[in-house]
Design a protein around this ligand. Structure first.
Ligand SMILES: NC(=O)c1ccc[n+]([C@@H]2O[C@H](COP(=O)([O-])OP(=O)(O)OC[C@H]3O[C@@H](n4cnc5c(N)ncnc54)[C@H](OP(=O)(O)O)[C@@H]3O)[C@@H](O)[C@H]2O)c1
Length: 340
């Protein structure tokens, strides 16, 4: 927990990236009490000016010589190497580190937090570091938590449809450029992804292990169990990159411990803070990435019974990966730590 102050000195490592820029917007929108901002990125962005809370802030080059004296909170949303190098160092120096990478998520002495689900985990931060989950785990646990509380969850089968912004700013440019090139009958260059992403999809996110699982699929299973404090929960995932700019969608099949009718599931989900039930097939109402873009909530629709198993339920979940999947979740954690 941070000492109460009228304003906090906040550093963002990776301020010019997709998540970093969203963090600046959210700090402004939510009027986070800032005493000062220190923005860091690579050499190529040094000197750039970014706006937040009515002021321009200069981006500094992140180097090992930078002093973080006086910084209260550091959001790290850069690369795994930067999280590894600076997370540990800043946490040990008394800075509260809110890390977006996968580097610390599964470490036992680092809480992995979605405030609506497990804010209590923030009470113990021995290393001064808290991690946010992967951008697909966050909406998944937001949808599972009320079902877990209502009747218990036994098994989860999830297929994700993940936007390119989940890979960062360069991947968003790649989708736009490939689309423009292909519509102009030019060849599409694939640099960020192994194959063309425009007018295509890739059933591959992260690296493959010896069993043929993608690292993203493994992360979803492990992180879900940690956040829901359900070490025996069975989770299997297939992660797919789709040519959508923003928002991740997930088709979720849940085997519940006890029966729950779709209407009861709707009521349980509607009572979950940060979740909006958007579900009326008679009016063709279901969540889509374009609806959820720029929104804070996790949208759930297509809620229906799965009659192929006992106590089966199907859900469709959509959430903005740059907001609840990353920057918003991180800022909400900072709010919890500053407001007590
Ligand atoms: N995108 C998502 O939906 C999402 C969701 C959850 C978590 N995350 C995590 O958030 C982090 C950032 O992701 P992103 O999508 O924002 O990536 P991004 O758009 O590629 O941004 C990366 C940021 O890191 C900076 N950076 C890269 N190399 C650097 C170096 N050597 N020294 C200093 N700064 C450096 C970049 O600065 P320049 O602009 O100068 O290159 C940029 O500000 C990653 O750890 C990612 O796993 C992302």
């Amino acid at each position: 927990m941070l000492k109460k102050k009228s304003g906090y000195v906040v550093a963002i490592l990776g301020a010019t990236g997709a998540v970093g820029k969203e963090t600046l917007e959210i700090l402004e929108e939510r009027e986070f009490p800032l005493a000062a901002l220190r923005l860091f990125a690579s050499k190529r962005s040094a000197g750039e000016m970014l706006f937040c809370q009515g002021k321009e802030w200069k981006v500094e080059e992140l180097t090992p010589e930078v002093s973080f004296a006086g910084v209260d909170i550091a959001f790290i949303s850069a690369t795994d190497n930067i999280s590894r190098e600076y997370g540990q160092r800043l946490g040990a120096a008394g800075v509260v580190v809110i890390d977006d990478s996968g580097v610390f998520r599964m470490e036992v002495d680092v809480p992995l937090v979605v405030p609506e689900v497990n804010a209590h985990a923030l009470r113990t931060m021995p290393r001064g570091i808290v991690s946010i989950p992967n951008c697909t785990t966050t909406p998944l646990v937001m949808a599972l938590k009320p079902l877990q509380e209502a009747v218990g969850v036994k098994r989860v089968v999830v297929t994700t449809f993940q936007s390119v912004s989940g890979t960062g700013a360069a991947a968003m440019d790649e989708l736009m450029n490939q689309t423009k090139d292909l519509l102009a009958f030019r060849d599409a260059k694939a640099e960020v992804y192994p194959y063309q992403i425009a007018f295509n999809l890739l059933p591959h996110i992260g690296s493959f292990n010896n069993d043929g699982d993608c690292s993203e699929e493994v992360k979803i299973a492990k992180e879900t169990r940690k956040i829901l404090e359900a070490p025996m929960l069975r989770v299997t995932a297939t992660t797919v990159r789709v040519p959508v700019l923003r928002c991740h969608s997930e088709a979720i099949n849940v085997e519940l411990e006890r029966p729950l009718k779709p209407n009861e599931a709707r009521a349980a989900l509607a009572g979950m803070p940060g979740v909006i039930v958007y579900d009326d097939p008679s009016k063709k109402l279901y969540p889509m990435p374009l609806d959820a873009t720029g929104k804070d909530d996790v949208y759930v629709g297509r809620i229906r019974e799965d009659e192929s198993i006992t106590n089966g339920l199907n859900l469709w979940v959509v959430s903005d990966n740059l907001r609840k999947g990353a920057a918003l979740n991180a800022v909400q954690i900072a709010e919890h730590l500053t407001q007590g």
